[in-house]
Design a protein around this ligand. Sequence first.
Ligand code: NAD
Length: 493
Amino acid sequence: MTKHLKLYIDGEWLDSVNPDRQEVINPANQEVIAQAPQATKEETEKAIRIARSTFESGIWSEQTPGERAEVLYQIANKIEAHAEELTELEVLNNGKTIREAEADVADALHTFRYYAGLLQNQTDETFEAEKDLQTMIVKEPMGVAGLIVPWNFPILMSVWKIAPALAAGNSIILKPAEITPMTAVKLYELFEQTDLPKGVAQLVLGTGAVAGQTLSESKDVDIVSFTGSTKVGQQIMQAAAGNLKKVSLELGGKSPNIVFNDADIDLAVDYGLFGIFMGAGQVCTSGSRLLIQEDIYETFVEKFIEKAKAIRVGPGNDKASEMGAIVSNKHMDSIMEYIQIGKEEGAHLVLGGKRIEKDGLEKGFFIEPTVFTNVTSDMRIVREEIFGPVIVIQTFKDEEEAIHVANDTDYGLAGAVFSTDQAKAVRVIKKVRAGITWVNNYHLSSVQSPWGGYKTSGIGRSLGKYGLDEYQETKQINISMNPERSDWFDGEK
Ligand code: NAD
């Protein structure tokens, strides 16, 4: 039965007055799984008003860190208890594999626990600035946080924002991507079963153009934290300028994965595959450009293709599937268009390149693992984020050229180096202009580590203590221990 989703404002599930609905589908077979409302501007503004008033009431913002941490632990425990259901929903709605969704749900609950712990460990600074002047540096919540997330990691991207924003004491409005609201709705149902006060967390399902834009523009929102494309990130920054609200932007990438001739080739092939085909390449940090040192190029490409060819593509809910579906018809078309562009630009298509329409996959959005070689740095498939299972393989002569090619991009999100010469690997990775980097692995990261990009890949950092900082104001309080008049205007000079 198709589920009718609702907005969640001030602790109530509400229908939108807008008769337009977004069909939510399973990308593995196009079955409609839900109808989602598309909140109006007025409904989004109501959600903001409620968030503002609960923030100002202090019911959450003035709880002690210990009290807020307790609620975050409750949420984590609820996620843990419903992990299987959340995993199934994520697979159903996003098309990713069970293994990937399980990891996302585990990461989500761990993120709540991490911020609960961090919150209780955050101690303010205090020092004697001058004789009898005691200064305290305190952290305070920003106020109202608008959280806008994409479709590729629906639960995880939501939680990476919700957990630190709530930990800091803010009231929040979450806007999931139009096409992947299922796990966000479930998450809010779980919030209801905890001691999170009513009206602290709202859920607005709606379009970017209306709900997203309203959050970004509103003078009552103090921070917009956005994960998504660079183009929309730029629009959000402009909209946010009205009240100079803080913006935190986690954007796209075209990340280089550099393999030197002294690398363990099997290891580099293994992580090269994981780097691009995990999540069917719909991952912001995907290693979508492989840079191979000339003298190992042929051996590497041969091994890489042999393994890529063997990847089992299929519905996420089939445990045998290693790579799932593309999230939507529209996005599949966009990837297929890039594959066509690559061919027209003269790159060699050495593997894949087609939609898979057999063996029961006809109704879903599946694309073969795709590899292009003989590319040049001016090609669009080398410069632009494709966000699909498509990799371009480039070559380089030496260390200097590797660094140059790696940094020859407007993006700066992620990058990796493979080499058995540790000194060289570290030297090179330090020169890669990106925020999330790896040596002899790909995609391994933890909740403690700051997540974000250089250049057009974003502003600010999620996760770790940096992620909590994003949602906090910092205040100095100067206390006279032995108050005396200043006599600045004593009228006697
Ligand atoms: P998108 O930018 O199209 O949409 C993301 C969100 O923004 C959606 O909720 C959408 O409704 C909303 N939105 C759209 N227009 C808006 C507007 N004018 N104002 C406010 N909100 C608006 O991105 P997508 O297609 O959902 O996701 C893919 C992109 O996300 C890729 O570029 C990927 O690299 C990026 N991404 C980055 C990270 C990271 O951590 N850096 C993580 C995941 C995804």
